[in-house]
Each structure stands twice: as structure tokens, then as C-alpha cells.
Design a protein around this ligand. Structure first.
Ligand code: FO1
Length: 352
């Protein structure tokens, strides 16, 4: 394998929240050739261009403010403002407003609304109210943060992930079955820690949603497309559910490579297992690869990286028609993540 295969010039990455953002930090370090940097430097003129298509299914109205968790997590992580210990929200954060709202007995009290973070939501909410599109607002917020990527929401239209769960109140139907209710993804994720068995993830508004301006064009112009180790159901899956995006990916001339978010039988972080089980996909590296499908068979993947300890699944994944390698996938440092990104890119470049 030629180790010095030329770096791609136009990379597109689909990203969810914490895992996706951490991967992007390593991807930028590799593309900008700075594995030792803690924060990707400004992309200089000849550095590859990276476009991130961010998941907006997690977006939620909180106390009248429009919150976009995954867009903000990418923006803060690449812009150097993220809380490293939480993985979301701002560093040096305080929650005074949240506490005051709780004193008034105003719900939801379960959502961690940080004081610094509120400034982002105020700017976004005011701009949306003034008639700007989410993609325009996101670009404006990124003027401050300079994430070193073009951050596009998957859509400017409202498409919110909800979760169909057994009613936590224990209500039952006339036939004695647990009653089912739909709650916003954030409530399931934060208040219930995904502990309520999920029966589905309806995305409210998805059928009318259109890809945001620039999304389909970026996919068509890419010479490499990456699916980071984000949640394959409620992050990557939501982006793929926007009419037109999956079709654009399948038709793209660029190779598509993904990294498994599952090591062994469990997600590296988050609760992807609860999501995968809900849609009947095995919680394994090969299960997720099969879920995305091989490009050569109408699916999305040309290549798939799995964790070294899952090397026994490589053969089965190659059988699916997907190039595959087993390598360390723990994003323990920017340099380790940069190495993962390099391996992923080289896997599909030599397989073209
Ligand atoms: N995650 C939590 O586990 N608890 C929270 O209180 C919380 C608040 C929050 C506020 C703003 C934001 O941008 C993200 C926040 N997250 C919180 C993370 C968020 O729920 C998830 O990162 C994504 O929605 C799933 O990737």
C-alpha cells in the first residue's frame, strides 16, 4: 500500500456530536499535517477543504431558544471552545440561568443549558427569527469560532428525531400492553439516559426536509467522503434520511469510508447500542457495516475500519463487498485519531 498516497483535496464528512467531532479534530490534524496540534490550525491556502454535514435531528426548542447540539459540538470542538470533560457545551461553563429557571419550577429542568452556551442560542434564535436560514446562521456563528471546516446543517428545514418508547408513567392500552409515546430524542437521551426501550426513531418533518444549500454540491465535488464513528442511527442515519442526501452519496464519484462506532458489542461512547437494537441491527462492527451496505451493492461503503480486537470480523465485512482493516480505533489523542483518519483514507484510495 503506497503510504504516501496523495492527500484528498475536497473531503466531506457526515458528523453527529461528540464522537464525530473528536474524529474531525484528528482528521484535520492529518490533512493539515499537524498530528501534534491540540487544535487544528487554520487551514492554510493549499490545505484540503473539509465540509462537514452536521446532524440537526437533535435540535430542540428550550425555553424559547433554538438549540443545535450536534452543530454546536462540532463548532466548539474544532473552534477550541468545547468542554473537554463533558464533550458538549462550553469550557469554563456555569449553569446559573438553568438554576434560576429551576427555582421558578420551569421545565425542562433536565436539559443542561449553560450560561455561555445561551449566547450561541440567543444569536441563533434572533437570526432565525429575522428570517436567516439555519445554514446562514451556522456560517455566521462559525465566523467567531473558525473551526477550519465549512459546517453545513444537513437541512435548513425542521426535522426532529423523536423516540417511540413505552410510556414511563406505566400507562397501558385497553389490551394491557404498555402504552407507547413519542418523546424528543434529547429527553430520551438526557433525562432517561436512553434507558427506556426504544421502538423507533420517527424524524418529525423529515419527508418535507431538503438538503441545505451546498450539501449535495459538496458531496458531488468531494474526492473523499468519510462517515466518522458517530451514532449510525440517530446521527449518521438522520443525515441519510434527508431526501436526496443518501442518493447523492451513492451517486458520488468519491470513495466513501467509515469507522466503526462499535468496539466488541458496545459503543465506544454514547448509547448507540440502544439505538441499533431498536432498529434490529446487531451491535457490532460488522452489523453496522452491513447496515450501511457495500457501495458495490447499492449501499454506502467502499471501506470500513474496525477495532483491532474485532479483527475476526474483517473477513465477513470483505465478504459484504467492503474493504476492511482492523486497527486501533480509540480516539485517545489527536495524534491517534489522525492515524485513524490516515488509515481510513488510504484504505479506499488504494482500493479505487
Ligand atoms: N448531554 C447530556 O448528557 N446532558 C445534558 O444536559 C446535555 C446538554 C446539552 C446542551 C447543549 C448541547 O449542545 C448538548 C448537550 N448535551 C447534553 C449533549 C447532547 O444531548 C448530545 O451530544 C447530542 O444531542 C447527541 O449527540
Amino acid at each position: 500500500m503506497p503510504m504516501d498516497s496523495p492527500r484528498p483535496r475536497n473531503v466531506v464528512a457526515l458528523a453527529g456530536g461528540i464522537g464525530g467531532s473528536r474524529f474531525l479534530r484528528g482528521l484535520l490534524a492529518y490533512l493539515n499535517d499537524e498530528p501534534h496540534q491540540d487544535r487544528p490550525q487554520q487551514a492554510d491556502s493549499d490545505a484540503p477543504a473539509v465540509t462537514v454535514i452536521g446532524n440537526t435531528g437533535d435540535d430542540i426548542w428550550i425555553h424559547g431558544l433554538r438549540v443545535c447540539p450536534d452543530l454546536d459540538t462540532v463548532m466548539y470542538t474544532l473552534g477550541g471552545g468545547i468542554s473537554e470533560e463533558r464533550g458538549w457545551g462550553r469550557e469554563a461553563e456555569t449553569f446559573t440561568v438553568k438554576e434560576e429557571l429551576a427555582e421558578y419550577g420551569v421545565e425542562p429542568t433536565w436539559f443542561g443549558l449553560g450560561d455561555r452556551d445561551i449566547a450561541t442560542h440567543l444569536v441563533r434564535t434572533q437570526s432565525l427569527a429575522a428570517g436567516f436560514a439555519l445554514s446562514e446562521v451556522t456560517a455566521a456563528l462559525c465566523e467567531r469560532w473558525q473551526p477550519g471546516v465549512r459546517l453545513l446543517p444537513m437541512s435548513d428545514d425542521r426535522a426532529e428525531t423523536h423516540v417511540l418508547v413505552d410510556d414511563p408513567s406505566g400507562a397501558t392500552t385497553a389490551t394491557g400492553e404498555p402504552a407507547r409515546i413519542a418523546m424528543h430524542f434529547q429527553q430520551w437521551w438526557i433525562q432517561y439516559r436512553a434507558s427506556l426501550p426504544a421502538h423507533g426513531f420517527p424524524i418529525v418533518g423529515i419527508d418535507q426536509a431538503k438538503p441545505a444549500p451546498g450539501v449535495v454540491e459538496a458531496i458531488a465535488a468531494a474526492d473523499l467522503i468519510i462517515l466518522p464513528p458517530s451514532n449510525p442511527v440517530v446521527s449518521i442515519g438522520t443525515i441519510l434520511a434527508v431526501p436526496g442526501i443518501r442518493e447523492a452519496l451513492v451517486a458520488a464519484s468519491a470513495p466513501i469510508v467509515g469507522l466503526s462506532p462499535i468496539i466488541g458489542q458496545a459503543p465506544v461512547r454514547g448509547m448507540a447500542d440502544a439505538c441499533l437494537t431498536a432498529i434490529g441491527v446487531p451491535t457490532s462492527a460488522s452489523g453496522v457495516a452491513g447496515h450501511y451496505g457495500a457501495r458495490s451493492r447499492g449501499g454506502l461503503l467502499d471501506g470500513w475500519l474496525v477495532e483491532s480486537s474485532d479483527a475476526d470480523q474483517v473477513e465477513a465485512i470483505i465478504e459484504l463487498g467492503i474493504a476492511c482493516r482492523a486497527v486501533p480505533l480509540l480516539m485517545s489523542s489527536v495524534a491517534a485519531t489522525a492515524a485513524m483518519a490516515q488509515t481510513a483514507i488510504e484504505l479506499v484510495q488504494t482500493n479505487r
